[in-house]
Design a protein. Structure first.
Length: 430
């Protein structure tokens, strides 16, 4: 693995993080495949026309996009890239690990909830930590984060249940502190926004051959050793789990389930993008450093490519096996990442990137947003039009329904990024 899972850093300073990440994010050969970082060698490519339906008809209205073009694109992306997933299980079953408790020096009401992903309660459960502001009487909008670590490792708060995390193929108690800084939850409370988080490994492990240990194994049909080539990889499974968290949040009186934003970084940035596309109950997505397989254009040869990401020695298990078919022929893929961006329309989508995160190709995400903008405009939503590629730290493209922001730094989420995300939520989840 190129970067340890968990390189999505919480609360680390840009200045100390950048140099090491810069080197880590510029490998020249990965899985035996050379990596390009020269703007002169990104190749020439033509993106599939988002507004042209498979039968040649052009989309002329928001209604036509929603009823005709969106479903066909969704099916393509699902069957080619992330894989089909099962419907929601009948009824959400949840038990409270902790009833409502006052936390964070009196600012928040906290609860810890165990959500069962199957009908038996011995295995396959996901622990959800929820904070809502004490001071707000009405149901609040909420940020639902999916994390590389158990919540007791990312938040400083007495009384948090110690989760279990994967280590060397086994689940162990998360008693070690996380290696990164802690999340600042107070700022959400002050902004009257709820905060919730889950550990991705509760849903599906993140390693090759982890299949028998995760939720996907429970859905294998008789005689099936692997999901079919158009069925879910780990990313779709993590996203499916986020929908189960939302099932639960819909029953929480203090949360306005119609105003839940999703956030995740890196492979979890890809995850929230796909989860938000699939489950339109999510009101907003904030995809941090999602890169290849996320919002970055695949046809642009810069940093990671489909060949790198789907190499069986690397992350093929995160995707539908079909995705690998395009490793050497991306030009024939019936869509590109601008389709993923457009599939979120008209709901707000913020792409958060880093200027020295070369491997993830921040410019490829910006070009993707430009190419998806016409779809947002069909809905009279704001999106970048002819905007120049912003400098690091420039917030010019941030406050649009289709927003883009690149921090000065690497493959990480910086403290100031959270502040901007809160501003974005305050504007678009009113
Ligand atoms: C690797 C992978 C990326 C992914 C990243 C992460 O670098 O190649 O596609 O985004 O891990 O999840 O940290």
């Amino acid at each position: 693995m190129l970067l340890a899972a968990g390189t999505a850093v919480y609360g680390q300073s840009a200045r100390t993080a950048a140099p090491a990440q810069q080197a880590a994010n510029r490998p020249t050969v990965v899985a035996g495949i050379p990596v390009n970082y020269s703007e002169d060698s990104t190749g020439t490519y033509v993106l599939p026309d988002l507004l042209k339906c498979s039968d040649g008809q052009m989309v002329t209205s928001a209604k036509m996009w929603t009823e005709k073009r969106r479903p066909e694109l969704l099916k393509m992306v699902e069957e080619t890239q992330f894989g089909k997933m099962p419907p929601a299980p009948g009824k959400v079953r949840a038990s409270l690990l902790e009833k409502e408790t006052i936390a964070l020096q009196g600012k928040a009401i906290r609860r810890q909830v165990r959500i069962y992903l199957t009908t038996d309660t011995t295995d396959h459960y996901m622990d959800l930590l929820v904070y809502t502001p004490v001071a707000t009487k009405k149901p609040v909008p909420l940020l639902l984060n999916i994390s590389f670590l158990a919540y007791n490792q990312i938040i400083e708060d007495e009384g948090l249940h110690v989760g279990n995390i994967w280590k060397d193929g086994k689940k162990i108690p998360a008693t070690q502190p996380g290696t990164f800084g802690k999340m600042n939850i107070d700022q959400f409370m002050d902004a009257e926004i709820g905060f919730a988080t889950v550990y991705y490994g509760d849903i599906e492990p993140d390693f090759k051959d982890g299949l028998p240990l995760g939720i996907r194994s429970r859905y294998l049909k008789a005689g099936q050793a692997q999901p079919a080539p158009d069925e879910w990889g780990a990313i779709a499974a993590w996203g499916w789990g986020l929908s189960r968290a939302l099932d639960y949040l819909q029953t929480d009186r203090k949360v306005d389930a119609g105003r839940v934003a999703l956030q995740g970084a890196s492979r979890l940035g890809k995850t929230v993008l796909w989860a938000g596309i699939r489950d339109t109950r999510f009101a907003m997505v904030i995809a941090s450093i999602s890169g290849e397989g996320g919002a970055a254009l695949a046809r642009r040869n810069y940093g990671e490519t489909i060949a790198h990401i789907t190499d069986p020695s690397r992350y093929l298990y995160q995707f539908a096996a079909n995705y690998h078919n395009y490793a050497d022929q991306v030009q024939n893929m019936p869509f590109d990442a601008h389709a993923l961006v457009a599939l979120m329309a008209p709901r707000p989508l913020l792409l958060q990137t880093g200027s020295t995160d070369y491997w993830s190709d921040p410019k490829g995400e910006y070009l993707s947003a430009l190419a998806a903008a016409p779809v947002y405009r069909l809905f009279n939503k704001t999106a970048p039009v002819n905007a120049p590629f912003p400098d690091a730290g420039d917030t010019a493209l941030l406050m649009s329904d289709l927003g883009y922001y690149m921090h000065d730094g690497g493959h990480t989420v910086l403290p100031e990024d959270w502040t901007l995300m809160i501003r974005y939520m305050q504007k678009f989840l009113r």
